[in-house]
Design a protein around this ligand. Structure first.
Ligand SMILES: Cc1cc2nc3c(=O)[nH]c(=O)nc-3n(C[C@H](O)[C@H](O)[C@H](O)COP(=O)(O)O)c2cc1C
Length: 165
């Protein structure tokens, strides 16, 4: 299962200093801002057990000074690594800020930056549509896995066609 800590949803709001203005044990330091995420993750683990894959979706950047960065995420996720099976890296969504350009593999640098700091698998997504590009990303060990979204919505046979591309 993949649970959502990205795109401005509740967990993201707790994690980002831009939205979390609490003064109790759930706000302030990065450890405090990550406390709710830890509570939720441990509750998920209690339900599903250690053998069930649990993936977190993150927004590696809030696209603005003072927002979360890949390094912030790595710092908050590092102590939770033993409870997680992978990190699926997206961007944005907390604020109404879009990236200035959406180019091929536009989110890959953020995913690769998180991978520098963690030892569990990291997944990159975002306009990675060719088999050769995906293979290159994996061969270069920038991330551990590549996900595809929109092409699969347009063509349910896309994955099978990639096998023969
Ligand atoms: C119609 C549509 C709906 C989406 N819904 C979600 C969603 O509910 N949660 C989420 O985390 N990402 C959602 N995404 C983002 C995708 O998971 C993916 O990160 C994004 O499309 C970039 O990858 P791609 O270029 O391979 O499509 C959605 C994307 C599209 C196009």
């Amino acid at each position: 299962m993949e649970f959502h800590a990205a795109h401005g949803f509740l967990l993201h709001q707790f994690l980002s200093p831009l939205s979390n203005t609490r003064t109790d044990a759930y706000g302030g330091t990065s450890e405090n801002r990550a406390r709710f995420l830890k509570d939720v993750l441990l509750a998920i683990r209690d339900e599903v057990g250690r053998d069930y894959p649990v993936i977190i979706r993150v927004s590696a950047t809030d696209f603005v000074q003072g927002g979360l960065t890949p390094e912030d995420w790595a710092q908050m996720l590092k102590p939770l690594e033993s409870e997680l099976d992978a990190i699926d890296v997206s961007t944005g969504g907390l604020l109404p800020i879009q990236p200035s350009d959406v180019y091929t593999a536009y989110q890959l640098p953020h995913a690769a930056a998180i991978k520098q700091h963690v030892s569990i698998p990291v997944i990159a997504v975002g306009k990675i549509y060719s088999r050769s590009l995906a293979n290159r990303i994996l061969e270069d060990q920038l991330v551990d896995s590549v996900a595809i979204g929109r092409p699969l919505l347009e063509d349910p046979d896309y994955a099978e066609r990639l096998l023969f591309a």
